[in-house]
Design a protein around this ligand. Sequence first.
Ligand code: OXT
Ligand code: ADP
Ligand code: MG
Length: 595
Amino acid sequence: MGTVEPQVASGQDVKVVSSGQIVANAQSQDVTDGFHLVIDALKLNGIDTIFGLPGIPITDFTRIAQAAGMRVISFRHEQNAGNAAAIAGFMTQKPGICLTVSAPGFLNGLTALANATTNCFPMILISGSSEREIVDLQQGDYEEMDQLAIARPLAKAAFRVLNAEDIGVGIARAIRAAVSGRPGGVYLDLPAKLFPQTIDADLGKKSLIKVVDPAPKQIPAPEAVKRALDLLKGAKRPLIILGKGAAYSQADAEIRSFIEKTGVPYLPMSMAKGLLPDTHPQCASAARSFVLPEADVVMLVGARLNWLLSHGKGKTWGGKDHKAWGGQKFLQIDISPQEMDSNVRIDAPVVGDVGSCVSALLAGIGSNWPKPPAEWLGAIAERKNNNIAKLAETLAKNPTPMNFHSALAVVRDIVKANPDACLVNEGANALDFTRSIVDMYKPRKRLDVGTWGVMGIGMGFSVAAAVVSGQPVIAIEGDSAFGFSGMEVETLCRYNLPVCVVIFNNNGVYRGTDVNPTGGPDVAPTVFVKGARYDKLIEAFGGVGVHATTPAELRKAMEEALRSRKPTLINAVIDESAGTESGRITSLNPSAKKK
Ligand code: OXT
Ligand code: ADP
Ligand code: MG
């Protein structure tokens, strides 16, 4: 790319040369260009942060964006930038922006885009692309790829902008597609040629669109609300399941009020933990395997009946075999009408946004709604108290070496003392034990592997959570999980983010004890270098590394990390035999299914 001398339509005037220098442009000119129009369009819509990785053709774009006052967070791999954008979208209801170079950079970001779409997180992947004329004739351009075609099946929507005067429309369409209805990932293809295109500055300014009401409320039909209340009223053993759609909706007060006024016990899905504090008396998490098969009416709020809920049938739900219906009736609140009946019959579909639906239901319950039968509540309380007492006994033990439980007893206390901190979590055992042991107290603080159970979200989520919330972040990472995004510890240090990474180091995937049955020189496929010192990794970049072999050492290091807000990585040594195959989802392994 040659020298560009762009002129901002609004904001700071800068001149950028491709050598990377930026100098203030003393003279105001009456033209603007693609670089500035994209930035102005984003800013006009309240988007002030870009997560990305520079290179041809977007390097100057990152410089100009920074010069124009945007926060540009550069990563070491686009997948992590994409994950950061996705979780920023979940936390803020504004689409997170991930910016990548063409072909390989685009593909690196695409996993995160697909994951965002799967999880209903709003994000926009903006990738620079090569010249259309050459790509379409397959003449072998630099990083040639038909990116739009490849992104389309993995995104909620995909657009390309060829002319500078269409940038306003392109950004507006991308924002609307990302956040309206069921949120998702959107791809925006910006060919290299677009950036230096100049147009009249006034024309450019007028072409930009400030999106009005990007995620319009969707009000449920009154008859759907009545049907739902009738079903709930007749229930003998009602249960509410809160999913990450409920957390995303930010209807925290309405949801709490509905739960408390009806007195119905509830189960939070993983990322809905903390929507109400996990210590709430109506929380049934500790009696999960009792309430699912026993409930007669189940109300789903922003939660899908996918694999995480055993598709609403089978033994988890009291069915006689793995496919049989357990007899429950379902009431489902979801913004996507097509979600209804996806796995089992939905007897009372309530289509709309969670805030509007729950408000309408609240209005319908009045002040003397009958509480669920005491027998049901008593049975849940009994199970719950037993499980909590059993867990407390296990957590009180102090084995050597440390195991997941003794380490998590520490994390549980630290999170309780720092309820505003975000908790990022991935791994198998490191994920599952953390979910059930560490209580959450506030909404949208638990950020994890989500619908795909994907490894690699750890550092991207941590960076975004720190940037977006300004609060400390605690990342509980399996040693394998951490490896997928581990290089971003440099990013944590570069931006001096208050992130405390704790690696549960059990020497491998699930466990570190497998052996090569042939006796050959290669270790087993699930085993890593024994006794690895991940703490040394962050020291290379000026962060704080701690090697912790006891709960006391772990506690001290975590407390210090939260106090100092310095980027910290704690290598927590866990008994290598403590984990189970795939954590709590052992049964999904094909060999387990055969039995
Ligand atoms: O009722 P019961 O008695 O059953 O008890 C339950 C609750 O009642 C109770 N409980 C409590 N008791 C007391 N007090 C309280 N407060 C309380 N709360 C709950 O605890 C139990 C469990 O409760 P839970 O968790 O609510 O219930 P359950 O039954 O587990 O729920 C079911 C599910 C399905 C909803 C839940 O299990 C769930 O959400 N699971 C998510 C699982 C998941 O997504 N796992 C990640 C994927 S695993 C695998 O795919 C991995 N890979 C492959 C790979 C992936 N994923 N991605 C990519 C890009 N490449 C490859 C890899 C490589 S994991 C992995 C790495 C693993 O190694 P690591 O080193 O990273 O990790 P380690 O395993 O630590 O070594
Ligand atoms: P979990 O994994 O926590 O069970 P899922 O990701 O499976 O949650 O489900 C989230 C659901 O929430 C999706 O079906 C999605 O359409 C829905 N959803 C997302 N945002 C909203 C909203 N604002 N109002 C209503 N439903 C929503
Ligand atoms: Mg491990």
